[in-house]
Design a protein around this ligand. Structure first.
Ligand SMILES: [Zn+2]
Length: 87
């Protein structure tokens, strides 16, 4: 009789251990997935936007251009040229 109880106890402990590991594993997986999702959501912000120059229409990364009155320019020369043409 005590053997059966011992076996049942071991099985119970094994089941509890399995459940514990399964739970920690799944929460870990969820954490990793959540982080990956956050990273992928943040990535589009890091990707450079390409804008076209209001003067020459050449597409260049937003970070390399200049904004003036909501218009985008590839260089100060084109900004000046555009403003000169506008006059
Ligand atoms: Zn330009």
């Amino acid at each position: 009789m005590s053997r059966i109880l011992l076996i049942l106890g071991i099985l119970f402990l094994a089941w509890m251990g399995y459940r514990f590991l399964n739970k920690t594993w799944s929460t870990r997986v969820k954490e990793v997935e959540k982080k990956a999702r956050q990273d992928s959501q943040q990535q589009p912000k890091a990707v450079q936007q390409v804008k076209s120059c209001a003067y020459c229409k050449v597409h260049i990364p937003e970070a390399e251009g200049i904004y003036k009155d909501k218009q985008f320019f590839c260089s100060y020369q084109h900004l000046d040229s555009y403003l000169d043409h506008k006059k």
